[in-house]
Design a protein around this ligand. Structure first.
Ligand code: FES
Length: 610
C-alpha cells in the first residue's frame, strides 16, 4: 500500500496490517510515541484519509469526538488496509530537544590511563635472530621496567611498524596493554570520548587525553524514544518484541557512532585515534547499551545483571573508534540507581564532604544521594516523567515551542523555548505554573483546582474565566487557541496537577526518608547540588514553593548541570577518578523505597503543597 506523509512529502510502501506508526518509521518520518505504541499517551495523533481499520477502544479513549470526526487517529493503533494520505500535525512531530551539556568539573587531576611510549628498537641480525616481539619486549622492559603485554591486533601491526622507520616505533598503551604499534611518533592526538546516555538525550564529549582539553561536544535525542519515552516502556518493548533488545541496542550504538562522527569531524581528528571511552547512564540504559536484557529491573526484587564497572573492547560493542579501544562502563549502584548517579557523586565529590550534602538529579527518573564522608545513602523515585512532560495531557519535552516559564500577575504570561508558538508545557514550565497557581489561589494546598465562582469571589475575574469543566474535571486555560501552535489551546487539567503532585510527592518523600535514615533534619544539610534538568531548567524558587525540595535553611544551593556527564569525563581523564567510581559502589548504601514501610506515609504527606 502507498502511504504519503505530509508535510514531509515522503511516500512509502508497506504491507496491509502495519500500523501508521510502523509505516512512519519505515519512511523515516518521526512521530512522538511517548508510550512506545501502547495506545495510552495519545501523543501520536495524525490526520489520516484513506483506507484504515475502524478506531479501536484505545483510540476512542484517547481522541475527543471532534478529533475522531475530523479524521484524527492514533498512529500506533490505526492499521493500514489500503492507500493513505497522512498529515502529521506539529504537536505530534519530534522536535529538537534542549539538551543539557554543560556540567561541573570536579577536582580530578589529569592522570591519563592511555599513554604513548616511543621506542628505538635495534634490528635483529643473523647473529641475533630475535623475534620482533621478544625484541620490542626487551626494549620495553629496559625503558619501562615491566613486561610488555599487547593485543593480537598490535602484534599484527608490529612487523610492519618495526621495519618502516628502522625500529623507531610508538606503542599506544591502554592501562597495561599495548593496543597499537605504529612506526614513528604515533598519532597527533590520543583521544577519548565520554558518553552520558540519558533516557531522553545522549551527550558525548571528545577529549584530548594528553592535554585534558575538550575538543568537541555533541548531543542528540536518544533514538530509543520511538519505542517509549520512559525506561519502563523500553523494558516492555525489549520483552514484547522478539528482536526488541537487539533493536534498542543497535539504536543506541548508532547514536553513539553519530556523536563520534560529529565530534571528530568538528575537531578535525580521526575516530581511529580514540583509544578510551567512558559511559554513564541509568541501569536500564546501561543494560540496553550492552545488549543485556533489562527485564529483571522491572520486577521485584529489581536486580541488575551487573553492578561493578566493566571494561570492554570497543570492537565487540560496535563502536566506530579504534577497535581495541577500551570502553569503561561506570558501575551501577542498584536496579534503579545507575552509573549516572555514580557520575554525579564523582563530580560533586560527595564521599569526601566533611558536612552533609544532598545531590538530586532529575531527568526521566529522580535519583538522590545524601551524606558525607562518614555515610552516604542513595535512592531512586519513579518521579521523572512528569518533569519531562510525559503523562500530562498538555505535556511535552523541553523542545522548541515548550512553555518553560510561567508567571501569573493579574493575568497569565509565559515564555516558550525557541520563542515559537506554544505547543505544550515542559517540566520547568509546569513547576512554575503550579507554584503560581498555588500562590494566587487557583489551586488550594491539597491541589484542588478552584471553580470560577470561588475565584471571582476572591477578586480573580480574569483567572476565573480561564477555568472550565472538562467532563468530571476542571481545567485551566493556559494558552488561548489563537496563540497556540496550529490554533490549538493549551489547558492544564486537574489530572495534570495530580500527576505533578505524584511526581513531587515521590521526590520529596525520597529526600525525607534519606534524612530519616541518617537521623538528620533540613538544618543539618549544608549543600544541595541540583543536577540534570533541576537547577538549570526548573527554577529553585518554584521547586521550593511547591515543596519539591524542603527548605534547607543552612544550605548553599549549587546547580551542577549535567553532573553525570562530568563524572564520565573525569573517569576518562583520570585513572584515580576511574578507581574512585568503582570505590563509590562499596561506600554507598542503597535504600529501596518500595521496601520501606514508612514510604507510603511520607509519600501521602508529601503530595500536598506546603
Ligand atoms: S498512544 Fe500512540 S504512541 Fe502513545
Amino acid at each position: 500500500m502507498r502511504i504519503r506523509f505530509e508535510p514531509a512529502g515522503v511516500t512509502t510502501e508497506v504491507e496491509v496490517g502495519k500500523t501508521l506508526l510502523e509505516a512512519a518509521d519505515a519512511a523515516g518520518v518521526e512521530i512522538e510515541s511517548v508510550c512506545g505504541g501502547q495506545g495510552t499517551c495519545a501523543k501520536c495523533k495524525v490526520l489520516a484519509s484513506g483506507s484504515l481499520s475502524v478506531p479501536n477502544d484505545l483510540e476512542l479513549d484517547g481522541l475527543t469526538p471532534t478529533e475522531l470526526a475530523e479524521g484524527y487517529r492514533l498512529a500506533c493503533q490505526a492499521v493500514i488496509t489500503g492507500d493513505l494520505q497522512v498529515m502529521v500535525p506539529e504537536g505530534s512531530r519530534i522536535s529538537q530537544v534542549s539538551i543539557l551539556q554543560e556540567g561541573v568539573q570536579g577536582a580530578a587531576q589529569l592522570q591519563p590511563w592511555v599513554h604513548r611510549h616511543t621506542l628505538r628498537v635495534s634490528p635483529a641480525t643473523l647473529e641475533d635472530q630475535i623475534s620482533d616481539l621478544a625484541n620490542v619486549s626487551r626494549t620495553w622492559q629496559q625503558q619501562n621496567g615491566a613486561e610488555l603485554s599487547l593485543t593480537l591486533r598490535a602484534l599484527r601491526q608490529l612487523p610492519f611498524a618495526l621495519r618502516e622507520r628502522d625500529g623507531h616505533i610508538t606503542a599506544i598503551a591502554v592501562d597495561e596493554h599495548s593496543v597499537r604499534m605504529e612506526a614513528g611518533d604515533g598519532p597527533a592526538h590520543l583521544l577519548g570520548i565520554a558518553f552520558d546516555i540519558g533516557t531522553t538525550t545522549v551527550v558525548g564529549y571528545l577529549l584530548d587525553l594528553e592535554s585534558g582539553k575538550q575538543l568537541a561536544v555533541s548531543s542528540l535525542l536518544n533514538p530509543q524514544t520511538r519505542y517509549g519515552d520512559d525506561v519502563v516502556s523500553r523494558i516492555e518493548f525489549s520483552m514484547r518484541d522478539e528482536t526488541g533488545l537487539e533493536t534498542l541496542q543497535r539504536e543506541i550504538v548508532q547514536a553513539l557512532n553519530r556523536i563520534i562522527s560529529e565530534t571528530t569531524r568538528a575537531a578535525s581528528v580521526s575516530p581511529e585515534d580514540i583509544f578510551a571511552v567512558t559511559v554513564v547512564g541509568n541501569t536500564t540504559m546501561h543494560h540496553l547499551f550492552l545488549g543485556i536484557s533489562p527485564a529483571a529491573l522491572a520486577r521485584s526484587p529489581y536486580v541488575p545483571a551487573a553492578t561493578r564497572a566493566l571494561c570492554l573492547r570497543a570492537g565487540e560493542l560496535g563502536l566506530a573508534v579504534y577497535p581495541d579501544a577500551q570502553v569503561c562502563v561506570l558501575p551501577n549502584i542498584a536496579g534503579w540507581v545507575g552509573a549516572d548517579t555514580v557520575g554525579v557523586i564523582l563530580a560533586t565529590n560527595l564521599p569526601s564532604h566533611e558536612e552533609v550534602a544532598l545531590a538530586i538529579d532529575i531527568g526521566t527518573n529522580g535519583e538522590m544521594a545524601l551524606g558525607s564522608r562518614r555515610r552516604l545513602v542513595t535512592c531512586s523515585t519513579a518521579a521523572g516523567p512528569a518533569f519531562e512532560g510525559a503523562h500530562l495531557s498538555c505535556g511535552m519535552r523541553a523542545a522548541d515551542g515548550a512553555i518553560d516559564t510561567v508567571a501569573i500577575d493579574g493575568d497569565v504570561s509565559w515564555h516558550t523555548i525557541g520563542e515559537s508558538a506554544p505547543r505544550g508545557i515542559c517540566g520547568s514550565g509546569l513547576v512554575d505554573l503550579i507554584a503560581e497557581m498555588l500562590r494566587v489561589g487557583v489551586i488550594d494546598p491539597t491541589g484542588m483546582m478552584q471553580d470560577g465562582a470561588t475565584l471571582r469571589a476572591n477578586g480573580h475575574k480574569s483567572l476565573a474565566e480561564r477555568i472550565s469543566q472538562q467532563g468530571r474535571h476542571r481545567a485551566f486555560l493556559l494558552v488561548e487557541s489563537d496563540k497556540g501552535a496550529g490554533g490549538r489551546p493549551i489547558q492544564v487539567s486537574q489530572r495534570d496537577v495530580r500527576e505533578l503532585q505524584l511526581a513531587k510527592g515521590a521526590i520529596r518523600a525520597g529526600i525525607e526518608i534519606l534524612m530519616k535514615e541518617l537521623g538528620i533534619g533540613p538544618d543539618d544539610v549544608k549543600r544541595v547540588y541540583l543536577a540534570g534538568a533541576f537547577g538549570n531548567y526548573i527554577r529553585p524558587a518554584s521547586a521550593l514553593a511547591i515543596g519539591l525540595i524542603p527548605r534547607f535553611p543552612n544550605a548553599q544551593i549549587v546547580p551542577v548541570g549535567n553532573a553525570a556527564g562530568s563524572g564520565a569525563k573525569m573517569a576518562l581523564l583520570s585513572a584515580t577518578a576511574r578507581r574512585h567510581a568503582s570505590e563509590i559502589l562499596t561506600m554507598v548504601e542503597y535504600l529501596e523505597l518500595s521496601a520501606r514501610p514508612d514510604f507510603q506515609e511520607e509519600f501521602a504527606e508529601a503530595m500536598a503543597f506546603e
